[in-house]
Ligand binder design. Structure first.
Ligand SMILES: Nc1ncnc2c1ncn2[C@@H]1O[C@H](COP(=O)(O)OP(=O)(O)OP(=O)(O)O)[C@@H](O)[C@H]1O
Ligand SMILES: [Mg+2]
Length: 211
């Protein structure tokens, strides 16, 4: 039996994941700050806070690639004290890529209390791994220790007022994917997705499959 060929072997969200900081839709402030950091990276810890699907994780990956950093990605729900110890231990070695290490911790608000405690000392100047940038992402900061928060530079990823820009972006994707002139109402689609770009691209993917 032959394998069926799917029209979308890769989701649109994956296919169109921005690779550089400048490529992101909206996010003017984060882009300005992170372009400066990418131009002159320094050992530091950052917390990207914002609603789902606005580009926090992708932005951290773009930063890693722009600084040619060695990436240590601690995925959602895997951030315990052991994972922190291991990543920080590895960061004491010269990065394979030469420049910087980038430790990315997704869903940082879900990390265990022990992981947060472990980080308190690691993020202090005396124990901070050299040439390392930490990026934590989360949707909200409520469950994070004030002592942890005060060791991070916080960047708000706001999607407020982005519907127009998202619609323009969806229009480009729609055309690039062979959509015809009478497409869906993209402003409405962006608004219905509450400016969650991932959700909007998922909806667009479904719309494209109706053609
Ligand atoms: N600002 C943006 N510009 C262009 N594409 C975006 C943007 N934000 C998100 N996307 C698209 O949505 C996908 C998911 O984004 P990402 O995983 O970075 O979101 P997130 O903010 O980390 O979400 P979550 O809080 O759910 O982890 C990306 O692969 C990309 O295709
Ligand atoms: Mg994410």
């Amino acid at each position: 039996m032959s394998t069926p060929s799917f029209p979308f072997p890769q989701s649109l969200a994956e296919k169109y994941r921005p690779k550089t900081i400048a490529e992101f839709v909206g996010l003017e402030k984060p882009k300005r700050i992170l372009a400066k950091l990418a131009a002159q990276p320094y050992a530091s810890a950052w917390l990207f806070v914002g609603p789902p699907g606005v580009g926090k994780t992708s932005m951290a990956l773009a930063l890693a690639s722009e600084i040619r950093g060695e990436l240590h990605h601690i995925p959602s729900q895997k951030c315990n004290a052991e994972a922190i110890d291991k990543a920080c231990h590895d960061c004491w070695y010269v990065p394979l890529t030469g420049g910087f290490h980038l430790v990315l911790v997704d869903e940082a608000d879900r990390m265990t209390p022990a992981a947060q405690l472990a980080l308190l000392s690691k993020l202090d100047a005396t124990a901070f791994p050299p040439s390392t940038i930490f990026v934590f992402t989360c949707n909200e900061t409520g469950s994070l220790e004030p002592r942890f928060l005060s060791r991070c530079r916080v960047i708000e990823f706001s999607s407020y007022g982005m519907a127009g820009e998202i619609a323009e972006y969806l229009e480009k994707v729609w055309c690039a994917e062979g959509g015809n002139g009478i497409g869906p109402d993209l402003i409405r689609l962006a608004k219905e997705s509450r400016n969650n770009v991932r959700d909007a691209l998922m909806k667009l993917e479904v719309e494209l499959m109706t053609l």
